[in-house]
Write a protein that binds this ligand. Sequence first.
Ligand SMILES: Cc1cc2nc3c(=O)[nH]c(=O)nc-3n(C[C@H](O)[C@H](O)[C@H](O)COP(=O)(O)OP(=O)(O)OC[C@H]3O[C@@H](n4cnc5c(N)ncnc54)[C@H](O)[C@@H]3O)c2cc1C
Length: 416
Amino acid sequence: MSTTDTDTAADHAVVVGGGPAGLAAAEALACAGLHVHLYDAMPSVGRKFLLAGKGGLNLTHGEALPAFAARYGARAAEASQWLQAWSPDALRDWARGLGVETFVGTSGRVFPADLKAAPLLRAWLHRLRAQGVVFHMRHRWQGWTPAGGLRFDSPQGRVEVAAQRVVLALGGASWPRLGSDAAWVPWLREAGAEVAPLVPANCGFEVAPPWSAHLRERFAGAPVKPVALRFGAAFDRQGEFVVTDYGIEGSLVYAAGAAIRDAIAAEGRATVTLDLLPAHDAARVAREVAHPRGSRSLSSHLKSRLGLDGVKATLLHELLPREAMADATRLAAAIKALPLVLGAARPVAEAISTAGGVRLESLDAALMLRSRPGVFCAGEMLDWEAPTGGYLLQASIATGRVAGQGAAHWRPRVHG
Ligand SMILES: Cc1cc2nc3c(=O)[nH]c(=O)nc-3n(C[C@H](O)[C@H](O)[C@H](O)COP(=O)(O)OP(=O)(O)OC[C@H]3O[C@@H](n4cnc5c(N)ncnc54)[C@H](O)[C@@H]3O)c2cc1C
């Protein structure tokens, strides 16, 4: 069955994708007085947003704007513009307007007071419906018709929608079972957009060679903390990560992840350096390791002199040759700088977010595709990346607003 629907009226707009970026775009369009139709492939919107709620929903971050924008790396200049349009404070005010107070945690991360996503999403959808936004669920966008209409597969069959103003907010490629499967990449390329390959961001890394069975069986899931991780000249930070079956993951790994991923892509592997005792200086570690241990085993010596045991001690045994373990100088040096070789990023489907996407050079400042006037893009489908810490939702929602406002103010060029 094939039906044709038209939303070409000047006061109509279509949003495809009901994640935080698409909902923010719908809100901006509705606030500008447009009739908004939002289409999503899934039976309900905001599924990844709800999943983020399982980890406490880190909405944004409390740090000042220049430092905030720097988290977007090569895209800091563009991010700075988005943040001017929709700042972290504006996001917190917006949440308050939906009845959800937020707080700044000790790390500077901002969370809803109840650490939940569902109440915020519920209130947001309620307000969007009251503003007249119409939701079309189970409508999977399948690209454009030759005449330029939007083609959807729906339970009613093929649906075609002609719209003057469209915001695409289709997400990246992580966690595809929540709706974002990146099927849009070839259609956007055909439409003239440059799309950088979608690769994992904020992901785990596999160690090379794999962990021993002993380490996997005894320590998969164990946190390593405190620990400092160094990579290249630019990354040296203290934090924590988790040992997994395949290697390592966690906030400290995510923070260095883009550089590690890119190094593996270029060179096939990347070596990070771990400082297992960041609170102890090298001289003290050397002194304690060299302290006579009498009849005590090396393990009890390291535990009693330095508090080094459990997963940290096992990492030393795993990564150091036996003769280095027996040499106090080499062992002390390794405790402060233990090389760990990483051979691969985990697949993008497992990652928290995606790098790559529609290149910002293919878009104008309002996030409209230069090659297809009237079509705007927002959220994680754009080519930016950032570490965890609230930067992902902040940019998704901010770009949703920028695109929504851009679409609301856009006027087709009249020929003749
Ligand atoms: C486990 C996990 C925890 C996270 N925690 C946090 C956190 O605490 N803080 C933070 O800042 N970020 C977090 N994130 C990241 C954050 O959730 C995403 O960056 C954000 O949801 C991206 O928003 P988006 O609207 O661009 O895309 P999405 O949320 O992915 O939404 C895209 C929407 O488009 C729809 N869609 C896709 N293709 C089509 C199609 N062809 N037709 C119709 N509809 C389509 C999808 O169904 C989906 O509803 C987390 C992510 C994960 C996986």
